[in-house]
Design a protein around this ligand. Sequence first.
Ligand code: B16
Ligand code: MG
Length: 217
Amino acid sequence: SIKACIFDLDGVVVDTAKYHYLAWKRLANELGFEFTEQHNERLKGVSRMRSLEILLEVGGISLPDNEMEKLASKKNAWYVEYIQKMTPSEILPGAKELLEELRSNGIKLSLGSASKNSPLILERIGLKNHFDAIVDGNSVTIAKPAPDIFLTAANKLGVEPEECVVFEDAEAGIEAAINAKMRTVGIGNPQILNRADVVVPNLKDFTYSKLVEIFKK
Ligand code: B16
Ligand code: MG
């Protein structure tokens, strides 16, 4: 049976993609090219350095590693400036309620995010104490679709992968969960997340009893 739930951050608990977009766009413009919201879709769930590689590919630019490090830091400084201003009102519909309901039913909870900024974000939105474990880009650098982030979370919670449900909005994240042999709830477009066990538009109507019902066997 299900003993733990692992939540991705961006796209599941909050929409930080819009701040990533503002910062990446600013960088692209400074480098002399346009970066659209459609381009930004490709960066969701992907690590910071991989995101930069994709952005430079869009601009047709190739740079040595040390230059890339500098650009990634620059983007991150802008991004941090934006997320500093986040408030609990930016928690996505249903996320906080679901975390609280799961916990009161004895389900262990972990964050499973690629972001190195997740401590700051959780602090700003007031959800730091809602998780039993935090696994993010600071502790695990091998990016999704590798299963490492989620396996580390299961390990920290003291449960088996088969006892975990992962909530993810990105294709790479669903892949990572499948690679970890975990069950999955996709948040978003069922066409894109077609490998998830179930896909819902958001967490608004998702409950503990739905979780039990969907994953009863
Ligand atoms: P950072 P998630 C991911 O968060 C974002 O979706 C992705 O766009 C970002 O590049 C990545 O975190 C790294 O973020 O630059 O803050 O370390 O969806 O895994 O919660
Ligand atoms: Mg995500």
